[in-house]
Ligand binder design. Structure first.
Ligand SMILES: Nc1nc2c(c(=O)[nH]1)N[C@H]1C(S)=C(S)[C@@H](COP(=O)(O)O)O[C@H]1N2
Ligand SMILES: [Mo]
Length: 409
């Protein structure tokens, strides 16, 4: 049975050409049986491989920085300038390890939930995987991403300045479901989440957040099990909150009536204000955006059309608007947000631009659904001073030189 749809009038196609591309000579060509356009012999294809790998010509890499003498401790940065869309391939997801990557056997790994609960329980991974699961696309950003920019250190590439940022689809069980299983006592106001790494990295999470249905005990990342470096076999995912609260290699949840004051919420990831006081428990990552192409270290090789592309994200919900300036901040125009625009996920934007070959500065700024506008560096410093750089979300201008070279501005 066929259903005829009413024919819509075709819209007039724009005749404007973006690029002059060489035309195929000779007009129409005959196709051979499997689609060859000529009789030239074509070598047979390679064999399939058990685990999919990318083309050998694609050399993009994370940049790795060891921060202490202990092996595996430090960070690796996502090559944002080389990626498309809002999902970071798992092998390119950034990493931040405070005490190396533990080798965990999923068959024996357990999660203990105890403290102010009705019935303390130990869950195996099989137990966790029996709960109804859900998947969610979110960004993850280290609270220390771009930590030097407030104080005036500007890495040359977007990987260097923003690379502690990635997007992924996480799969797991809502933490609230599992907490219901143990039953919370009314005095339970905080939850300490502890990892199984050598430093037993731990963070205190307020109980309202622990019960937020968005928060996941995640075992899946982009369609397969977590990578060891991203918390295998189980981690906490708190959409929109600073990376550090997303405890990896999760082994224990302790329900208490007050925060534990762990080193990562006292020594690290706090913000020293101009008056000398430090702000703690600044969990939410505020709205931020950056142009990823063209960006520092790249080179424009021709005048004329270039698409400016980038990312915007906010821990407060959805991105409402991204604006781009191509004249050193004198004027701003709205960029196109690429669907899907998801809450607390990376949002891709694009902006068509014709470069006339003159030196200029390009930059972007975003507004989230709460109406918050991403601040300039000067605006941030006026409030926060120069001592601390966690949660830095200022604008990031790039200078385009007349040679086409792009540099941090
Ligand atoms: N157990 C444990 N959890 C951890 C860390 C860690 O070192 N140990 N690093 C934290 C920090 S500082 C960040 S930014 C994120 C990084 O997650 P990723 O390495 O999967 O990108 O994990 C957080 N969870
Ligand atoms: Mo972090």
């Amino acid at each position: 049975m066929s259903v005829l749809r009413p024919q819509k009038k075709k819209p007039e196609r724009s005749r404007r050409k973006f690029l002059a591309v060489a035309a195929v000579a000779g007009g129409s060509v005959a196709l051979t049986s499997c689609g060859n356009t000529d009789d030239t012999p074509v070598p047979t294809g390679a064999n399939m491989r058990p685990y999919g790998e990318r083309a050998p010509q694609e050399k993009i890499r994370r940049t790795i920085r060891e921060l202490t003498a202990s092996p595996g401790t430090g960070s690796s940065r996502t090559p944002l300038q080389d990626l498309y869309g809002i999902i970071t391939p798992s092998a390119l997801h950034y990493e931040r390890h405070h005490a190396g990557v533990p080798a965990i056997d999923p068959a024996t790994h357990t999660l203990l939930i105890h403290g102010l609960v009705d019935k303390p329980l130990v869950f195996t991974l099989d137990d966790i995987r029996r709960f109804p699961a859900t998947s969610r696309i979110t960004f993850l950003e280290c609270g220390g991403n771009s930590v030097g920019e407030q104080g005036g250190k500007f890495p040359e590439t977007v990987q260097g300045s923003h690379g502690l940022l990635s997007g992924a689809q996480w799969t797991g069980v809502p933490l609230a479901t599992v907490l219901r299983e143990v039953g919370l006592k009314p005095e339970a106001k905080w939850m300490l989440a502890e990892g199984a790494d050598a430093c037993r990295m731990a963070r205190s999470i307020p109980i309202e957040k622990a019960l937020d249905p968005e928060v996941l005990l995640a075992y899946g990342q982009n369609g397969e099990a977590l990578r060891p470096e991203n918390g295998y076999p189980l981690r906490l995912i708190i959409p929109g909150w600073e990376g550090n609260t997303n405890v990896k290699w999760l082994r224990r949840l302790h329900l208490t009536d007050q925060p534990a004051m762990s080193s990562k919420e006292t020594g690290y990831y706090t913000e020293l204000r101009p008056d000398g006081k430090a702000e703690m428990f600044t969990f939410v990552m505020e709205a931020r955006s950056v142009i990823t192409r063209p960006s520092g270290g790249q080179k424009l090789t021709s005048h004329g059309f270039h698409e400016i592309v980038g990312l915007a994200w906010t821990g407060r919900g959805k991105i409402r608007q991204v604006e781009v300036s191509v004249d050193n901040g004198k004027t701003w125009a709205e960029a196109e947000l690429q669907e899907p625009v998801l809450p607390k996920a990376l949002t891709a934007f694009r902006f068509p631009w014709r470069w006339n070959g003159e030196e200029t500065v390009i930059q972007c700024r975003c507004t989230d659904e709460t109406g918050y506008l991403q601040p300039t560096r000067e605006e941030l410093i006026a409030v926060r001073g120069l001592y601390s750089g966690y949660h830095y979300n200022g604008l990031r201008p790039w200078r385009i030189h007349a040679t086409g070279e792009v540099q941090s501005a």
